[in-house]
Design a protein. Structure first.
Length: 373
C-alpha cells in the first residue's frame, strides 16, 4: 500500500492544496496522504529525509499555483527566486522525485489559473517537470477533475485496506456455498437447506412447547389451598389493625430498603479499568515557515493546556505531549493577537508527529501529518 506525496508552496497554494487533501482523504485515507516533509528534526539532512519519505510513495503530486515559479526569497523585489536556491524545500522535493524516473510518477497539478512552466523557466534539475502531463483543477469542474485525478492515482497506490477487506469478505461469502458436498447439485442442495432451515426450528419449538406443558402441571395443587390462602390473608389483616396505632414498626422498613439499594451503586466501579488505556508520545514538530508569531501561543489538547509554542529564526519550537490513540481536538490561543483557532487531528502508532500551521492572523490553524524520523 503506497502513499501519496503532496508538494506545494504555502505562500502560493495553501488553500487549494488543503482542498485537494480533503478530496482525496475519503478515497485513500489520511494515513496515506503526506504533506510538508520539510518538518524534520534539527540537524537532520533534508536530502536524506526526502529520500526516505519518497521511498514509500507511489505517486508524487506537484501542486503549482500562479506564484509557484517566481516566489521571492524575501520581500526584496531584487532578490532571486526561491526556486533558484538549491536548498529550497520545494525544489529539493521535486528534484528528488524526478530522479526516480518511471519508478515514481510525478503529476503536476495546476490550481488557481496557473499555467505549466516551460523548461527554460526551470532550474536544470527540474527541467523534466515541464514534460510531465499536467492536470488542471478549477472550481468550475472541481468534482470531475478530482475524480480524474483519483482514477490516475489509484493504480499506483492500490485500494485502501477498508475497501480491500470488504471485498475479501464478499468473495468469501460468495464462495462459501461451494464447501457443500460435491456430489449434490445446486438445486437439490438449496432445497435440502430450505427443508433443514424450516424443519429444525419447528422441531425445536415443538420440543420446547412439550417441555413447557410437561413441567407446568406440577404447580396445579395451588387451586386446592386457595381458600386456605384466602383465610390466611384475612387472619393476617386482623392483627394488622391494632398494629396501625404503633408508629415505630414502620420506620424499621426504611433501613431495609436502603440496605438493599446499596449494592446497586457497585456497578459504578466498572469504568475504572478504562482509565488505564495506553498513551502514545505525540509531538508538534518544528515548522521552518512559522516565524511570524508575536509571542508564545498557548496549546490546548482536548480542552487541557499542554504547553506553548513560539517562533524563532529557525521556525516554530517543537512541543511533546502524551495522548491516547484516536481522534482529538486542539486549540491555539494567541494572547498577543487576542485570536483563537481550533480543529481536530488523529493520533495512531504510525502517525504521531504533526506540524502546526497558523494563518489569517491566528484565526485559522491546522495540524498537518508529518513524517517520523
Amino acid at each position: 500500500m503506497a502513499a501519496i506525496f503532496i508538494s506545494y508552496r504555502r505562500e502560493d497554494s495553501e488553500d487549494s492544496t488543503r482542498a485537494i487533501y480533503e478530496s482525496l482523504r475519503p478515497e485513500f485515507g489520511k494515513e496515506r496522504l503526506f504533506m510538508d516533509v520539510e518538518a524534520i528534526a534539527l540537524g537532520s539532512d533534508f536530502r536524506d529525509a526526502v529520500e526516505r519519505s519518497l521511498a514509500g510513495c507511489g505517486v508524487f503530486l506537484a501542486v503549482i499555483g500562479p506564484t509557484w515559479l517566481n516566489v521571492k526569497s524575501s520581500n526584496d523585489p531584487n532578490a532571486p527566486r526561491r526556486l533558484d536556491n538549491p536548498n529550497d524545500y520545494v525544489r529539493q522535493e521535486v528534484a528528488a522525485a524526478l530522479k526516480k524516473g518511471k519508478q515514481l510518477p510525478v503529476i503536476p497539478v495546476l490550481v488557481r489559473g496557473a499555467s505549466m512552466p516551460t523548461s527554460d523557466q526551470l532550474p536544470d534539475d527540474l527541467k523534466d517537470l515541464a514534460y510531465r502531463n499536467a492536470l488542471t483543477l478549477s472550481n468550475l469542474d472541481w468534482d470531475s477533475s478530482v475524480a480524474k485525478l483519483t482514477e490516475a492515482i489509484r493504480p499506483r497506490v492500490g485500494e485502501p485496506q477498508a475497501v480491500a477487506s470488504v471485498a475479501s469478505r464478499e468473495v468469501r461469502s460468495v464462495a462459501r456455498p461451494s464447501t457443500f458436498p460435491s456430489g449434490a447439485t445446486t438445486a437439490p442442495a438449496s432445497g435440502t437447506n430450505k427443508v433443514l432451515l424450516i424443519g429444525i426450528p419447528v422441531v425445536l419449538v415443538l420440543a420446547a412447547v412439550g417441555v413447557y406443558f410437561g413441567l407446568r402441571p406440577k404447580p396445579t395443587p395451588q387451586p386446592m389451598p386457595g381458600p386456605q390462602t384466602h383465610v390466611q390473608t384475612e387472619t393476617v389483616q386482623q392483627p394488622q389493625a391494632p398494629q396501625q396505632s404503633q408508629p415505630q414498626p414502620s420506620p424499621t422498613l426504611a433501613p431495609k430498603t436502603q440496605s438493599v439499594s446499596t449494592p446497586a451503586s457497585q456497578p459504578n466501579k466498572s469504568p475504572e479499568p478504562q482509565s488505564n488505556q495506553p498513551t502514545l508520545e505525540a509531538k508538534l514538530v518544528r515548522n521552518p515557515r512559522l516565524k511570524g508569531l508575536t509571542g508564545p501561543v498557548d496549546v490546548f489538547i482536548d480542552g487541557k493546556q499542554i504547553g506553548q509554542i513560539q517562533s524563532n529564526p529557525n521556525g516554530s519550537t517543537p512541543l511533546e505531549f502524551h495522548v491516547a490513540a484516536g481522534e482529538h481536538s486542539f486549540k491555539f490561543v494567541d494572547p498577543q493577537r487576542h485570536s483563537t483557532c481550533d480543529g481536530t487531528f488523529s493520533v495512531s502508532s504510525g502517525q504521531s508527529h504533526f506540524k502546526p500551521a497558523i494563518t489569517s492572523g491566528g484565526t485559522q490553524c491546522l495540524l498537518d501529518p508529518a513524517f517520523q524520523n
